[in-house]
Write a protein that binds this ligand. Structure first.
Ligand SMILES: [Zn+2]
Ligand SMILES: [Zn+2]
Length: 454
């Protein structure tokens, strides 16, 4: 019998069945076991309280009406991540029992680096730069260390035009290279670690899926065009640490509504949703909600480039210089009054502002840069005051709506090329009977024929 118990010992039910012919009173023979079956439950057990039930023996029909039902498992909710794991630090998560409210905590293992990444030695073989290599993952994880050396840089062009949706950058990285994420339109999730000092030019150019980005307080340099064409961004905050913002860093960020500079920044400040360089009051970048504060001395290169939502802007009379591409492609502008403090209108300053139907150039302006109003197809007439002594090449090229142009005295050397205006205006101006005056055409377009009004 002992042998049988050994064989069947782990299967009590079989053992019971084996002796089912035996009655099982409490004083029955050894080996007689009640075969209890649960009859009813008086109190359901929970994860903290035992329950109470009644059970009946199927063999002898003895009733046990004080059967203690053991506590049951917690009814855990979903895990919630409290600390995201990185490549070097475990994450943490918690879940809560819906019955007793007990909190359960768990670790999330460190993330495994993406396979196929390409590592390139740099800094005299003391560190690595990383780029995509043959990796095809859409959720990219960059390791902090590779072959025993720190990974300190996202390589130039390293992940450009790839289909990834997220990237985890470890805090060993100090520099994000030129064009590193250029054209990553699916990229929606990126955290720039607060080890990064420099963001290269065009690093995030065209990352249209980004709806927010936090520039950490470690960054000192934001390269030119770094966030250009990030049309999903609605706000940007420049931390106190930033000492250089490149040209057009936020050009064509058509969704941008709010620009803020940390008040602790000693190089830049923000006012009226504009970034202003403190040393010379130059406006560096604006957005569609910008109001240019009085006291600004110049509009920097590309400051409003591609700001299509800008419909109305007043340039205060403290501004002397409108930089190159300052308002290029601001197609929402219908009119602009240039104040009589401005002396220079830069290269391409209002290029392709196709909505402009009216522009006033004051007699303080001495120079109109190349392509300054090129492609402003809505302009029908323009008066260039006597003060202007230089008109750059293609300044009004492609202004196919022009029917009337008034010019002061300009020397041949300072009258751009034949493409400063469409058609033969320059030729007629320097011909006998030309010079200062108003010129009109009855066939506006690419090759109008101009006649001087008497
Ligand atoms: Zn029994
Ligand atoms: Zn519980």
């Amino acid at each position: 019998m002992k042998k049988i118990f050994k064989v069947l010992g782990t299967t009590i039910v079989l053992a019971v069945v084996g002796f089912s012919f035996t009655a099982c009173p409490p004083d029955g023979p050894a080996g007689c076991t009640h075969q209890w079956e649960l009859e009813s439950v008086e109190e359901e057990p929970t994860c903290t309280e035992e329950g109470l039930g009644t059970r009946v023996c199927a063999l002898c029909e003895e009733i046990d009406d004080n059967y203690i039902l053991p506590t049951v498992e917690h009814d855990w909710g979903e895990w919630e991540i409290t600390i995201e794991p990185t490549v070097s630090v475990e994450g943490e998560q918690t879940r809560i029992c819906s019955v007793c409210g007990e909190t359960d905590e768990g670790f999330i293992p460190v993330l495994q680096p993406t396979q196929g990444l390409l590592f390139t030695l740099k800094n005299n073989d003391t560190a690595y730069s990383v780029s995509r290599g043959t990796a095809t993952a859409t959720e990219v994880v960059i390791p902090a260390v590779h072959n025993g050396l720190p990974v300190t840089e996202i390589g130039s062009d390293g992940f450009s035009n790839s289909a990834m949706t997220s990237i985890l950058i470890p805090d060993s990285v100090t520099y994000i290279g030129w064009g590193a994420f250029w054209g990553c339109t699916d990229l929606t999730n990126i955290t720039i670690p607060n080890s990064v000092i420099g963001i290269g030019g065009y690093a995030f150019n065209g990352c249209t899926g980004l709806t927010s980005i936090t520039i950490p307080a470690s960054v000192t340099n934001i390269g030119g065009g770094a966030f250009a064409f990030c049309t999903g961004l609605t706000s940007i905050t420049i931390p106190a640490s930033v000492t250089n913002i490149g040209e057009g860093a936020f050009a064509f960020c058509t969704g941008l509504e709010s620009i803020t500079v940390d008040s602790g920044n000693t190089v830049y400040r923000s006012e009226g949703n504009c970034i202003i360089q403190i040393s010379d009051n130059m406006l560096i970048a604006g957005c569609k909600n910008s109001v240019i504060p009085s006291g600004v001395t110049g509009i920097a290169f590309s400051a409003f480039n591609g700001c299509t939502g800008l419909t109305n802007i007043t340039i205060p009379d403290s501004v002397t210089n409108i930089g190159g591409y300052a308002f290029k492609d601001c197609t929402g502008l219908t009119s602009i009054i240039i104040p009589d403090s401005v002396t220079y209108i830069g290269w391409g300053a209002f290029q392709d502002c196709t909505g402009l139907t009216s522009i006033t150039i004051p007699d303080s302006v001495t120079s109109i840069g190349s392509s300054a109003f090129s492609g402003c197809t809505g302009l029908t007439n323009i008066t260039i005051p006597d003060s202007v002594t230089s008109i750059g090449g293609q300044a009004f090229y492609r202004c196919t709506g022009l029917t009337s142009v008034t010019l002061g005295t300009i020397t041949e050397d300072n009258f751009g090329t034949n493409y400063a205006f469409p058609g033969n205006l320059r030729e007629v101006y320097f011909a006998d009977g030309g010079g200062a005056g108003t010129y009109t055409t009855t066939n506006p377009g690419w090759t109008p024929t101009w006649t001087k009004q008497e």
